[in-house]
Design a protein around this ligand. Structure first.
Ligand code: FES
Ligand SMILES: [Fe+2]
Length: 407
């Protein structure tokens, strides 16, 4: 996006030529069609339930959701039938607790809030923010009830750069750092932890969680689908099909990086937004951003295994989570985080980015369920990915690899 005070003269990378050789760099991903015919089977779903969602670290929130002592929120992992409470205790430590009262199993909290103790709504047992059982009404009527042995079940929980992760395994087979791999290295200095939520959206759709993720991991669709929101913002004369400028694999995770079309003429509203705050291609030169160092950088898409996309830009980041409910049903959460505004005019710019992203996602959503129906019909058994769609190819590969399926 060009602004008046823009000093850049680089017209961008010419991406009109032969395909970028991402597949040459990662030949193990292959170039053939990707089989999706089994994605809607209960067997495959059960395997993923145990081998992925019961074994790997899952991102469940951000520290800005529990900024102070006593803050908590409830989070649901439907595929594991699990409700969790994420708390911050008096000393500032973050805990993940099963939302299951040890008396007779009632859910203890709903939603989010701030509390000194967590109170079960059934018979009033109270728990500390670290899950310890603190009070039992009419306690002398119980038989050998030890408070110390009846706290809320704890779940493995770690915080990386502001993101809260849990692991539902009894003994995780890998550390969070091992799982995040090069993603954590690349974004070590990006200030995720200092950013706050600027918008959150949720929807439940009839689509498989693995297929749904593809929708947001390639630029090939942008020139066709996003004519209403991003007309020629990312595609243009030198890059008509929004090819990525960089792609890398970080273990089971992946990053694709996209450049802005420097020849794009912004609308008056976009122009104003770029002048008073941060929006695509008109950022603040944020520390730790653009780890690939690409020219005219717009944003990265990071597939953070297994079900999260984190897309850092300059001054804001957005992302998605895909929570499976059934083989053909997924709860989607989209979010936008911003640097806290230092002056009121920045809020206008943030709002413009928020609306733009929301409307673009609406354009994406309309297609997801049609793809699902095509697979459900049994007629469509495989996807054909081009070279610039390599992140989608790797996304499918990573799940198979994690499950030890023949890949
Ligand atoms: S189930 Fe929680 S106090 Fe009875
Ligand atoms: Fe899109």
């Amino acid at each position: 996006m060009t602004v008046d005070n823009d000093t850049r003269t680089d017209p961008g990378i010419d991406l009109t030529g032969p395909a970028t050789p991402w597949n040459d760099r990662y030949p193990f991903l292959g170039t053939g069609p990707v089989d999706v015919s089994g994605y809607l089977s209960e067997e495959a779903f059960d395997e993923e339930r145990r081998g992925i969602f019961g074994a790997y670290w899952l991102m469940v929130g951000h520290v800005s959701q529990i900024p102070g002592p006593g803050d908590y929120f409830e989070t649901n992992i439907e595929v594991r039938s699990s409700s969790l409470i994420i708390t911050r205790d008096r000393r500032g430590t973050v805990h993940a607790l099963r939302n299951i009262c040890r008396h007779r199993g009632s859910k203890v909290v709903s939603g989010c809030g701030n509390a000194k103790v967590l109170n079960c709504p059934f018979h009033g047992w109270t728990y500390g923010l670290d899950g310890r059982l603190r009070g039992v009404p009419d306690r002398e009527q119980f038989f050998d009830l030890e408070l110390a042995e009846n706290g809320l079940f704890t779940v493995h929980c770690e915080v990386w750069n502001g993101f809260i992760f849990v692991n539902l395994a009894e003994s995780p087979e890998r550390t969070l750092a091992e799982q995040l791999d090069g993603f954590a290295t690349e974004y070590r200095d990006y200030p995720f932890d200092r950013m706050t939520c600027g918008g959150r959206w949720s929807s439940t759709l009839d689509v498989n969680w693995r297929v749904f993720q593809d929708q947001f991991q390639e630029g090939y669709h942008v020139a066709v689908v996003h004519t209403g929101t991003f007309p020629e913002v990312f595609n243009g004369r030198l890059n008509p099909n929004s090819r990525p400028s960089d792609f890398t694999i970080n273990g089971l995770n992946r990053r694709i990086s996209f450049a802005i079309n420097t020849e794009y003429q912004p609308t008056p509203v976009e122009q104003l937004s770029a002048e008073i705050g941060t929006t695509f291609g008109a950022g603040v030169g944020m520390t730790g951003a653009n780890p690939a160092g690409i020219a005219n950088w717009a944003f990265d898409v990071n597939g953070v295994f297994p079900n999260t996309l984190i897309d850092p830009s300059d001054g804001f980041f957005f992302g998605h989570q895909f929570w499976p409910i059934a083989p053909g049903r997924t709860r989607w959460e989209g979010f936008l985080y911003v640097m806290p505004a230092t002056r009121p005019s920045e809020l206008i710019s943030q709002e413009q980015t928020y609306i733009l992203i929301r409307d673009a996602w609406r354009e994406d959503m309309e297609l997801a369920e049609t793809i699902h129906r095509s697979i459900a019909s049994g007629a469509l058994r495989e996807f054909r990915f081009s070279d610039p769609e390599i992140a989608c190819r790797h996304s499918h590969y990573a799940v198979n690899q994690a499950l030890g399926r023949g890949v």
